[in-house]
Ligand binder design. Structure first.
Ligand code: BGC
Length: 797
């Protein structure tokens, strides 16, 4: 709903709230007061003369966390953690939602979040968070969707559209370059503009343009030495002037250092309350001429618009269906579960048969079956405390007080009707073991349970103390005790399935050879336990895909050595080579590539083709290349495949990643069913940010379009030749000879001078990189300063 429509609607309800009329009637002090919070969670009302309702000139509205569920603190607000927050559905965290690669599903989750927000009289839900996962160590990666801006942008836009369809707002956060928790309130993210534009801002741009979030939340950190909260370039020039953002910018909680500079930069609302201190600073700055009152009016008007568009929903909060939302949370948890590995296991009895029968000299590997899906609960045992005490969300401001909580052990027993034996195997976060027992005893008990079982599900993961908002991890490893448990179990069983619960990538290399099957359940929300069981049993065919690369080692990660920075600065030295862009450019091994995820069925890709639709000059949002592929479900089960389209630009003035995700689709196919998919890539999809011209450009020429099931599992590719932009820089005195030869107007003249015999042969290979002015000063090639002046004027005419 547009601002105008929402005002109309509230007017229709008899709540006449005409923003311009209200604004015109406010004093400077009142307008300044609108620009900061009343308390932790509400905007300041303007109340005049008394307590009667009619005395409220401007009502305050409530905003509250968070991305995957509502954290409304009904009383004793404490900013972080559960602190008496109302029960709300804890949907899967962003890491799980990101792995669904399913905008339609994420939109439905958004709608449900919107219903809960509305039902609780909250105007704005503080999410989604779409920062790029630059390092697996970021303690808050669980709150973010992907290492790739297309995934973050597509799914972020879907979530925003879903929430806002319910008449409440979102806050897209944390804008921008907030990719770590260490020193997050001060650190300067030192990052070049091309990298910002292509990686760290691109997701925000997509969400803003597609879904117009009601609000954007600026981040705590600085970007190239300027706090995001007072960064005019970021908050006004890029966000509003370029992208057309129409909503309000609020600060992250406590992110404002200089309130007057922040207002001037375009930060409308400071949160939480400043106790009136910064309101007075704003008034003083206007009075002494440092700040134009018109700038205060602009910010106050945006707060009033936010209030106006919030009123209809606040008037009619409605209710939501707790059971239906739990079911949706379960569906989303299963959809975001990634089957990393499901290797065939040869039955031990068969091995023995072959070894003891002289007539059989070879093992027939067709006899080998993967462990998953489980046929039933018979013979299955569960090991690992996390199966009973699930880790389903991360700590910090996003922590939701769930309406109920499923654990995998109970869900498995209920779904199979089997009396599945269980042993804890380890404790989580130093839980009290009581006297007479220790971790070794827990392990020994688990080994006995595993020994007696046909198949052992080993639940492993990161305890809450390992990752959270507010600090980063120091390593990617699972707790040593859990790995020791796996080793002990694997020593007595070949049929081991590892089920993981963690908010960011963990290293799997040290232990994954011990388990033929590995399932990544991430932090799946309140129904994560039942959702993962749906996948284990095959009730849901796994269709989650990695939205972040799982590296072999932490040291392989592109930010290694530049994370989390030092002395107040973090250098984004890897540039645009973030995540798979880095591993693919270096052809480096990974544990599991971006986009990876197995299914219980198989898919064939045929007929990958690409055709040019039109010129790509201008790098606009117009269709430039149409890609086609036919995907067939070649297995025996229905299932969904995530078809991924990558683009590479092999020859460009700047170094470009080997391939970049530009489009994807999740397609549900019955056994044997085939479907042709088409993807229209826009000119912008082919472009890069030109660091000198400071705009998006498409360098005409060849582009390679690849279609596949992961960034490393490409099933077909096609090459297209596209018309693009003229990206040559104006010729100048310091342009090189090679650049001048390349110039259409004057190139032949320079070429004739250089190759006309005036330059000695042994100089020819050196002269290409020589600036024209130096050539003239050296008197080479007969070029004089006067010639050069003429050549430059002809070239740039
Ligand atoms: C977090 C935000 C959150 C806000 C309000 C901040 O510390 O960074 O994501 O929305 O607190 O709780």
């Amino acid at each position: 709903m547009s601002i105008e429509e929402s005002v109309e609607e509230s007017t229709a309800r008899g709540q006449l709230f005409d923003v311009e009329r209200v604004l015109a009637g406010l004093t400077l002090e009142e307008k300044a007061s609108l620009l900061s919070g009343l308390d932790f969670w509400t905007t300041q009302p303007v109340v005049r003369d008394g307590a009667a309702e009619s005395a409220v000139a401007v009502p305050g509205v409530m905003v509250t966390d968070g991305p995957h569920g509502l954290r409304k603190q009904a009383d004793s607000p404490d900013h972080l953690g559960l602190g008496h927050s109302v029960p709300a559905t804890c949907f899967p965290t962003a890491v799980t939602l990101g792995s669904t690669w399913d905008p339609a599903l994420v939109r439905r989750v958004g709608e449900a979040l919107g219903r809960e927000t509305r039902a609780n009289d909250v105007a704005v839900l503080l999410g989604p968070g779409i920062n790029i996962k630059r390092s697996p160590l970021n303690g808050r990666n669980f709150e973010y969707l992907s290492e790739d801006p297309v995934i973050a942008g597509e799914l972020g836009a879907a979530l925003v559209a879903g929430v806002q369809s319910q008449g409440v707002g979102t806050s897209l956060k944390h804008f921008a370059a907030n990719n770590q928790e260490a020193d997050r309130m001060r650190v300067s993210a030192d990052v070049d503009e091309r990298t910002l534009r292509e990686i760290y801002l691109a997701g925000f741009e997509r969400v803003v343009k597609r879904a117009q979030p009601w609000t954007v939340m600026c981040s705590y950190n600085k970007i190239n030495d300027v706090y995001a909260s007072q960064n005019h370039w970021l908050l006004t020039e890029v966000l509003r002037d370029e992208w057309g953002f129409e909503g309000l910018v609020m600060s992250d909680w406590g992110a404002v250092r200089d309130r007057v500079a922040a207002v001037a930069a375009g930060l409308d609302l400071e949160m939480p309350a400043s106790g009136g201190r910064t309101d007075a600073e704003v008034v003083a700055a206007v009075r002494d001429g440092r700040l134009d009152e018109a700038v205060v009016d602009v910010a106050a008007r945006r707060v009033l618009h936010l209030v106006a568009r919030s009123l209809p929903a606040l008037d009619a909060p409605g209710a939501y269906d707790v059971d239906a939302h739990h079911a949706l949370a379960r569906e989303a948890a299963a959809a975001g579960t990634v089957l990393l590995k499901n290797a065939p296991v040869v039955e031990a009895s068969l091995v023995e048969l072959v070894e003891t029968s002289p007539s059989l000299d070879k093992l027939d590997h067709r006899a080998a079956e993967p462990l998953l899906p489980l046929a039933s609960g018979d013979g299955v045992a569960v090991v690992g405390e996390l199966a009973r005490t699930p880790r389903y969300q991360g700590a910090g401001s996003s922590q939701v007080n769930p309406t109920r909580l499923d654990d995998a052990l109970t869900a498995l027993r209920a779904a199979t009707g089997a009396d599945v034996p269980f042993a804890a195997g380890y404790t989580v976060d130093g839980a009290d073991l009581g006297s007479g027992t220790d971790e070794a005893a827990l392990r020994a008990e688990a080994v006995e349970v595993a020994r007696a079982a046909g198949t052992v599900l080993v639940f492993l993961g990161l305890p809450a103390s390992y990752e959270s908002e507010g600090f980063d991890r120091e390593h990617m490893d699972l707790p040593a005790g859990q790995v020791a448990l796996l080793e002990a179990v694997a020593a007595v069983s070949q049929r081991v399935v590892v089920v993981l619960a963690n908010g960011s990538a963990v290293s799997v290399e040290p232990w994954q050879h011990l388990a033929p099957a590995v399932v990544e359940g991430w932090l799946g929300g309140q129904a994560g336990g039942s959702g993962v069981v749906d996948v284990l049993l095959g009730a849901v065919n796994p269709a989650g895909r990695l939205a972040e690369t799982l590296p072999l080692r932490l040291a392989d990660n592109p930010s290694y050595g530049n994370f989390p920075g030092e002395l107040g600065h973090v250098r984004y030295g890897e540039g645009v080579l973030v995540g798979y862009r880095w591993y693919d450019a270096r052809q480096a091994g990974v544990a599991y590539p971006f986009g990876h995820g197995l299914s219980y069925t198989t898919f064939a890709y045929e007929g990958v083709a690409a055709e040019v639709l039109g010129s790509a000059a201008g790098a606009d949002d117009v269709p430039a290349v149409r890609v086609r592929v036919t995907v067939t479900n070649t297995g025996e089960r229905a299932g969904a495949e995530v078809v991924q389209v990558y683009v590479g630009d092999p020859a460009a003035q700047v170094f470009r990643p080997e391939r970049e995700l530009k489009a994807f689709a999740k397609v549900e196919l019955a056994p044997g069913e085939a479907r042709e998919l088409t993807f229209d890539l826009t000119a912008r999809d082919l472009s890069y940010w030109h660091p000198v011209l400071r705009r998006w450009v498409v360098e005409g020429g060849e582009f390679v379009v690849s279609v596949g099931a992961s960034s490393r599992d490409l099933r077909g590719s096609a090459t297209v030749v596209v018309d693009g932009d003229d990206v040559r820089l104006p010729l100048a005195e310091l342009s090189t000879v090679a650049e001048a030869i390349d110039h259409p107007a004057v190139g032949p003249r320079i070429d004739a001078l250089v190759h006309g015999g005036a330059v000695a042969d042994d100089m020819l290979s050196m002269i290409g990189d020589m600036p024209l002015a130096v050539v003239a000063d050296f008197g080479l090639a007969g070029l004089t300063r006067a010639d050069l002046k003429q050549i430059l004027s002809d070239a740039n005419a």
